[in-house]
Design a protein around this ligand. Structure first.
Ligand code: FMN
Length: 169
């Protein structure tokens, strides 16, 4: 018998594995527990989802994930970790998400989104560039790209990130 077992022992193993058992979350029924974590792609412009995201998320749905979570999506432009982050601060952002969600559903997957604000860690450059806090003009010249205004802790100074101001939300 090969060290990985026969198909019968593998099937028995899978039956015992909770990963393949259904899961109910607040009335949402998942046929198994394989889910895709949110993963920033740094591939948005002005917060918009693109064909990249359709392929990235859609292919996980095709692959059989029961649940796919869309990457951290900033609720404000200045809440993005980098200018490449996905966003959800204007109605125009909805259309591409509609397409992605409809496609994921057509493949039997459930899909969610991680709404986010990067706080003090916002306004950095994309990870493949040297680490630096971006000036407003370095975000592609968009007026909407401003230093972070919100932060969760009481740290007032950081060598790498923008200084924080407490949230006025
Ligand atoms: C490329 C990449 C991007 C990620 N982006 C996010 C993100 O947007 N939001 C988040 O909460 N975690 C993010 N993570 C962390 C993952 O969601 C996940 O928690 C991490 O990879 C650990 O996975 P594990 O708990 O299954 O081992 C990212 C991870 C990777 C590798």
């Amino acid at each position: 018998m090969p060290f990985w077992g026969t198909s019968k022992t593998i099937t028995n193993g899978l039956r015992r594995n909770r990963l393949v058992l259904p899961l109910s979350i607040r009335g949402m029924e998942l046929p198994h527990r394989i889910a895709v974590s949110p993963m920033c792609q740094y591939s948005s412009q002005d917060g918009f989802a693109t064909d990249w995201h359709m392929v990235h998320l859609g292919s996980r749905a095709v692959g059989g994930a029961a649940l796919v979570i869309v990457e951290a999506s900033a609720v404000l432009p200045e809440g993005r970790i980098t200018p490449g982050d996905m966003g959800f601060w204007k109605d125009g952002h909805i259309a591409k998400h509609r397409q992605i969600v409809d496609f994921a559903h057509s493949q039997g997957a459930r899909i969610g989104i991680q709404l986010a604000h990067a706080g003090r860690k916002a306004s950095m450059d994309v990870p493949w560039n040297p680490e630096r806090a971006l000036q407003p003009a370095q975000g592609g010249g968009r007026m909407s790209w401003r230093p972070a205004r919100f932060a969760s802790g009481r740290i007032t100074r950081s060598r790498r990130h923008w200084m924080q101001r407490e949230s006025d939300m």
